[in-house]
Design a protein around this ligand. Structure first.
Ligand code: HEM
Length: 274
């Protein structure tokens, strides 16, 4: 199937890229039993997938109310923290941002499909600290993003997407090392099957009672081969791959995948680059 979201068709650079979506489209669903995937990680790898700061329980409880209002009530074991009880209802990861001493900080998160970061690493971080590794974020985006968090109206649901490419079809990818160490094992003739487009569809919503912001992350995976079915989509991806800004290219380590992707594009019949 052609990937549901194709953010590479819209920009070849980092971007804020937020747009409103209908409240009914807030959570996309599409996974029969998210708890069956998340519960074993919560039991066995707690620090990778779960963290909460002191004082975050009222905000967490409001997140649970919001998710139940969207998906209907569902009993969860009472000992679970409310944000995790909410997260096991939906494929999305849930991140609670609250303003503490003037800064928006991550005060609780359930992160079962983290893209090269873990819950215990990021808990308590401010927007600036979270985005420290993102080239140019502080100069280009930080103030605007802080204003968006400050001004978000309760009735709005905002969406943004980002993407990368990985030699993995796992959702739970807390670290880059083990994945990148296996790039050399990819058979170039099979690159279209071995390499996956990894799209994060993220949303933002105000929690009207406690004042925080709920940030959701839903990861969608599709093999590069899925683009073969549509020459226009294939050409658009080839263009995006070849025109990515140097900063984006470096941040996402596209250099590691360049020969495999170029080989794939050639075999799939994509137009040649300039
Ligand atoms: C309007 C809100 C936000 C914007 C515009 C934004 C933007 C970005 C951008 C441009 C990147 C680089 C990758 C990419 O998307 O292409 C990024 C990475 C990241 N963002 Fe955000 N972000 C937002 C909110 C958040 C929130 C609430 C969190 C809290 C969990 C977060 C955590 C991260 C992390 C952990 C990374 C990866 C940084 C790394 O490489 O270690 N972001 N974000």
């Amino acid at each position: 199937m052609i990937p549901r979201h194709r953010p590479w068709e819209e920009a070849a650079d980092f971007q804020i890229g937020l747009r409103p979506v209908a409240p009914g489209d807030w959570l996309e669903g599409g996974e029969a039993d998210p708890a069956a995937r998340k519960d074993p990680l919560f039991a066995a790898s707690r620090g990778l997938v779960w963290a909460e700061a002191e004082g975050s329980r009222p905000g967490q409880a409001e997140v649970l109310e919001m998710v139940e209002a969207a998906l209907g009530p569902a009993p969860a074991p009472p000992e679970l923290p409310p944000l995790y009880a909410a997260a096991r209802r939906t494929p999305d990861d849930l991140c609670l941002m609250e303003k503490r001493e003037g800064q928006w900080r991550l005060t609780a998160l359930s992160l079962s499909a983290g893209s090269f970061f873990t819950a215990e690493e990021v808990i308590g971080r401010s927007l600036a600290e979270l985005h420290g590794p993102v080239t140019g974020f502080a100069e280009r985006f930080l103030v605007r993003v802080q204003r968006i968090f400050d001004g978000l109206r309760p009735e709005l649901v905002l969406e943004r997407r980002n993407w990368t490419l990985l030699n993995s079809d796992a959702l739970h990818t807390p670290a880059s090392g083990p994945i990148r160490a296996r790039i050399a094992e990819v058979d170039p003739a099979q690159a279209g099957a071995a390499l996956n487009l990894r799209v994060e569809r993220q949303t933002l919503r105000r929690l009207p009672r406690t004042g925080g912001v709920l940030f959701t992350i839903r990861v969608w995976l599709a093999p590069l081969d899925s683009l073969r079915k549509d020459p226009d989509r294939l050409a658009a991806f080839a263009r995006a791959w070849r025109t990515a800004t140097p900063e984006l290219h470096a941040y996402k380590r596209f250099d590691l995948y360049d020969p495999l992707v170029e080989g794939f594009l050639r075999r799939a019949g994509a137009p040649e680059g300039d």
